[in-house]
Ligand binder design. Structure first.
Ligand SMILES: *Cc1c(COP(=O)(O)O)cnc(C)c1O
Length: 399
């Protein structure tokens, strides 16, 4: 039997065709597929705007830039995430301030965040990076309310949650990254995520101003829009004619941006994968349900509390995380049986880099306790029923 990983992409013949068609077209980068992908993705998550970029980390960096994170700015985030959620603040010289997680949902604990805000003068914190960890949507309505009280912006790291939703106080389903609550949201198209593009990322928002900023930051801070030009026609090299005051080669770099573009063939792959996002998500949820049932009331295994008990379809199940006693021994046993589970995540504040920034073991006890016992079981749409049965039986035999 082939080893069963915790996650894996699947590439279909349609995907391959979509990519090869793009390779035969006139565009390798910045072609029509990028805009098509952006529009389809915005429709999928229900946001007004979407900006495709090179990867999810670039997306986070651009968010921090667009929100004007400056040296010394303090931004609150969770320790149970991929390091990029915090690193984007550091790229801009800001300070990542970790708040502890909720023991049941493993998400940033809003009560901890509220306590931190209440304990400091207004203006101490600039924003919050909240993460839909494992695909469990953050209650963005509650976070928005809190953020507004203190004048904070919110970035939703939705890398785990395309297609996920929470139910707001009016009973309405609110899709992750739909821009109704968070100022900006990001997604990743790394192969292990729901939608694979090799590498790739997306930023979604409902703010036109932020959208425009992101579009220029994505390509060096350059604009070709004559209405926005700052230099005189003189500096530009003369006017073509009255209708076209600037020469047609002319463009301006107005802010310090980056090359965070995605290629056209990656966008084509992402777009092709997006067509299957809903069926794949349904499969992920079916796999989760089967695990839930297999381990219900199990004395040694606890899975992430699904906040959506009445509405069980809101969780996007990027990961299926359990808490197990004797995690290392259990992990090694699974490996011996060709089941390659994984740990998500080593708390970010315990990374040597963040310890150098002043964080220490013991700072975030709930996250550290969670880390001691967490394990992500195989979760991906192409996991077969036989494979999942084998995983479940193997686990049950261990205990
Ligand atoms: C994958 C991931 C990212 C970064 O995405 P890349 O495309 O790998 O740069 C950021 N945040 C979270 C939570 C992720 O899982």
């Amino acid at each position: 039997m082939k080893p069963i990983p915790y996650g894996k992409q699947s590439i279909t013949e349609e995907d391959i065709l979509a990519v090869t068609e793009t390779l035969k077209s006139d565009f390798l980068t910045q072609g029509p597929k990028i805009q098509e992908f952006e529009e389809a993705f915005a429709t999928y998550v229900g946001s007004r705007y979407a900006v495709a970029v090179a990867n999810g980390t670039a997306a986070l960096h651009l968010c921090a830039l667009a929100l004007d994170v400056k040296p010394g700015d303090k931004v609150i985030t969770t320790p149970i995430t991929f390091a990029a959620s915090a690193n984007c603040i550091r790229y801009c010289g800001g300070e990542a301030v970790f708040a502890d997680i909720d023991a049941q949902t493993y998400l940033l604990d809003i009560n901890q965040v509220r306590n931190m805000l209440q304990a400091s003068p207004i203006g101490t914190y600039a924003g919050i990076v909240a993460v839909d960890f494992a695909g469990q949507p953050v209650d963005m309505e509650a976070f928005r309310q809190l953020a507004d009280e203190y004048g904070l912006w919110i970035v939703e790291d939705a890398a785990h949650a395309p297609g996920g939703f929470f139910v707001d106080s009016h009973g309405k389903e609110q899709w992750c990254g739909n821009g109704n609550f968070a100022d900006l949201a990001i997604f990743s198209f790394h192969p292990v995520k729901h939608i694979a593009a090799g590498e790739g990322g997306m930023i979604t928002t409902n703010s036109e101003a932020l959208y425009k900023k992101l579009m220029t930051l994505r390509t060096h801070g350059i604009t070709r829009d004559a209405a926005l030009f700052q230099n005189s026609t003189d500096i530009a090299g003369g006017a073509s004619d009255a209708d076209e005051p600037y020469p047609s080669w002319y463009m301006e770099m107005q802010t310090l941006g980056y090359n965070y573009r995605i290629t056209d063939f990656q966008a084509a792959l992402g777009l092709s994968q997006l067509q299957r996002a809903d069926t794949n998500l349904a499969t992920r949820r079916a796999i989760a349900l089967k695990y839930d049932e297999a381990f219900r009331d199990h004395p040694h295994i606890h899975s992430q509390l699904n906040e959506m008990q009445d509405h069980p379809s809101g969780h996007a199940y990027h990961l299926y995380v359990i808490q197990a006693d004797d995690r290392l021994d259990f992990y090694n046993y699974l490996r011996q049986h060709d089941i390659i589970a994984q740990v998500h995540y080593i708390p970010v504040h315990l990374m040597p880099y963040y310890q150098q920034q002043g964080w220490h073991p013991g700072d975030l006890p709930v996250a550290e306790q969670y880390y001691k016992r967490c394990l992500s079981l195989p979760m991906y749409p192409s996991l077969t029923e036989e494979e999942q049965d084998y995983v479940i039986q193997t686990i049950k035999r261990y205990f």
